[in-house]
Design a protein. Structure first.
Length: 110
């Protein structure tokens, strides 16, 4: 968020902060959520780069299209284990997974 917009919101009485502050997440919980989001974003990006549908990915990993959609949306029901196994099935290396996990959180461009 740019400084002008932030000042204008604060002047109007709004409290500006991160989602982690609003939700009361610990540093560890925030890191976990950010890791899961990075894995989910990368799964979708990798699928699209390979020009695969969600159904095609589902066949590769032995799952359903709806499960792949949930994985790409970082649904709370989806485990990090499933995300990692799916990325490996799509050709990600361990080194690439380490880089994905270590990516800094993306901030919204509000």
């Amino acid at each position: 968020m740019n400084k002008t917009k932030r000042r204008r919101l604060e002047a109007a009485g709004w409290k500006v902060g991160a989602a982690a502050d609003f939700l009361g997440l610990s540093k560890e919980e925030t890191a976990f959520v950010e890791m899961k989001l990075s894995l989910s974003r990368n799964l979708k990006k990798r699928r699209q780069a390979k020009r695969l549908t969600q159904s095609q990915v589902a066949k590769v990993i032995g799952s359903s299209q709806s499960r792949v959609a949930k994985m790409e949306a970082a649904d709370p029901e989806v485990s990090i284990d499933l995300l990692l196994r799916s990325l490996l099935a799509l050709g990600a290396t361990r080194k690439q997974l380490a880089k994905i996990i270590g990516e800094p959180a993306r901030r919204s461009a509000a």
